[in-house]
Design a binder for this molecule. Structure first.
Ligand code: A3P
Length: 293
């Protein structure tokens, strides 16, 4: 069976919405959409298309609401969701534990500075989108606001040091966030993925996901094609319209793989020094190292 080919509907098996057995908890900009999209190629997996934000924003809606956010699945399939904000929200680990203490968690980390810049670039885009809506008002006030450069936000002007309260900087403090999860969960329940490797050798990270979830090995190298225009791997899926086993390339949306601004080397160096002890602590907790220096 070609991995992306879903099982044909079996009338004896009922497709119903089920709770996830694994959750991708972050990190934001780590490559979370890519992982969910790639694991979705597996015939025994279904994934929620939107981020449900149940444990952080919609908790009051109750568990049935949560289940309803999931796509229907067969009894043989497992359900996955991703909400990267779970990683950094204070209430979430306890709530997830209360929901299912043996749930599997997937955390994708990426070199902390590029993750922070990626986070900034996303916020910048949202900022200017918002500005467009408010342009009339802004013009009336006699000014069109401009978002400061990353460097000016990541460094506190009064001290010249890294501003660790700036959200994109803070969200790359993986050890801090992981520690809150480890108050409830065992490391054996948490799979750590390398977000940088997802970009360059996604099939290697997919093999880890399959093993962790107890799935057969299906999402292999031949499922991916490098798209020169996008500069990223895309996936091959069966083109049901064309038939005859024809395949079509599916890439992630344009918002994935944005151009990053050039970062002042001095600021970069300050950030590297700043993250080093946190990274070390993270490596110790997860029992492996990453080439982030
Ligand atoms: P950039 O936009 O900074 O390049 P998330 O889905 O968690 O928001 O992560 C987005 C990041 O996924 C992108 O960050 C991009 O680098 C990374 N990524 C990894 N593999 C990708 C792929 N095949 N296509 C697009 N983006 C990918």
């Amino acid at each position: 069976v070609y991995p992306s080919d879903r099982y044909e509907a079996d009338p004896t098996q009922e497709r119903i919405k089920r709770f996830p057995t694994a959750i991708v908890i972050g990190a934001r900009k780590g490559g979370t959409r890519a992982v969910l999209r790639f694991v979705d190629l597996h015939p025994d997996v279904v994934t929620s298309k939107r981020e449900p934000h149940f444990f952080d924003r919609e908790y009051e809606q109750g568990l049935e609401w949560y289940r309803h956010q999931m796509p229907p699945s067969l009894p043989s399939q497992i359900t996955l969701e991703k909400t990267p904000n779970y990683l950094v929200d204070w209430d979430v680990p306890k709530r997830v534990y209360t929901f299912n203490s043996s749930i599997k968690l997937i955390l994708i980390v990426r070199e902390p500075i590029s993750r922070a810049v990626s986070d900034y670039v996303q916020l910048r885009e949202a900022f200017y989108k918002q500005m467009e809506y408010d342009e009339e008002r802004a013009l009336k006030n006699g000014r069109l606001e401009r978002l400061p450069d990353f460097e000016d936000l990541a460094i506190d002007p009064s001290t010249g040091e890294v501003d660790k309260s700036y959200a994109p900087v803070k969200r790359s403090l993986y050890s801090r966030h992981l520690e809150r999860w480890l108050a409830f969960f065992n490391m054996s329940q948490i799979l750590i993925l390398d977000g940088d490797n997802i970009r360059y050798r996604p099939w290697e990270e997919m093999a880890k996901v399959e093993k962790f979830l107890g799935l057969s090995h299906q999402v292999k190298q031949n499922c991916f094609v490098f798209n020169e225009t996008k500069g990223f791997f895309c996936v091959k899926v069966v083109d049901h319209k064309k038939g005859n086993g024809a395949t079509v390339q599916k890439c992630l949306s344009e918002s994935k793989g944005r151009v990053h601004p050039h970062i002042d080397p001095e600021v970069r160096s300050k950030l590297r020094d700043f993250y080093r002890p946190f990274n070390k602590r993270f490596f110790y907790k997860v029992g492996r190292t990453f080439d982030w220096d």
